[in-house]
Ligand binder design. Sequence first.
Ligand code: SAM
Length: 261
Amino acid sequence: MSWRQSANSRLRKLTGFEIRRYRPPVPRPKAKPPAKPQHLPPTLHDFTKLSVLLHVTPAEFLEALGWPADEVARVAAEFAEVTESLEKRYAETETLFPSRWGVEQATGLTLYALARLLRPAVTVETGVADGRSSFILLSALERNGHGTLHSFDVPPDAGSLARGHARWNLTTSDAKDPRRTFTEALEGLDRIDLFLHDSDHSYQNQMFEYESAWPKIPVGGVLASDDVDLFKAYVDFAERLELSPQFLFDRRKILGAIRRA
Ligand SMILES: C[S@@+](CC[C@H](N)C(=O)[O-])C[C@H]1O[C@@H](n2cnc3c(N)ncnc32)[C@H](O)[C@@H]1O
């Protein structure tokens, strides 16, 4: 019998306990946080945990982004005229894309007002289709008398509503590798004052565009995205960078915007 066994048999009799060799606990490898699911739409909570209020009017959305109510009202009042010229443009233009792809009325007004309030030198939009959002943004640049809109789409016949505008630079992206075209074009821009995503809404493509554009956005500039309700890319991006987005609940879609602090 070893010394430990004989000592333990005595101890057990006397106290009911015995001596054991101390083995320090083996540290368990930390469980990896579960990967964020990319195929799910955001829940209402995903929006409210990032934003104090959910907005249903362009005015409250723009004021929450930091513009005074009187300035917002002044530029919003110009939008009736833009809507009228856009309708005329539709009447004289052959459109090719489904009309429901175009930005909705409150989103259109918001984009116009954003471009008027920011007075961007450089605006970038992805996803043109017939050019509804392009026409609206260009109307604001025209009124500003300043700035260029750089737009990206894949089909070469996109953008009929805005074709020929002096402040427009439309790039037809390589259908096989649109991200390469976009990346190369962005290398030629030293800043993006206003960015609008409205192209391929897959989680991966949204994240790619936000991550590409964000480093070029100066303080005060805006990263906007239509259809942020389809996947969680916009809310995940904002959460990861600890940004404060605002959300406009339009009739069928949700527009997100982050103003760089
Ligand atoms: C929702 S529509 C754009 C609507 C437009 N903003 C408007 O208000 O009329 C989406 C467009 O994105 C384009 N698109 C899809 N993938 C793209 C990509 N990777 N880069 C650029 N455009 C893309 C499609 O060809 C389509 O015309």
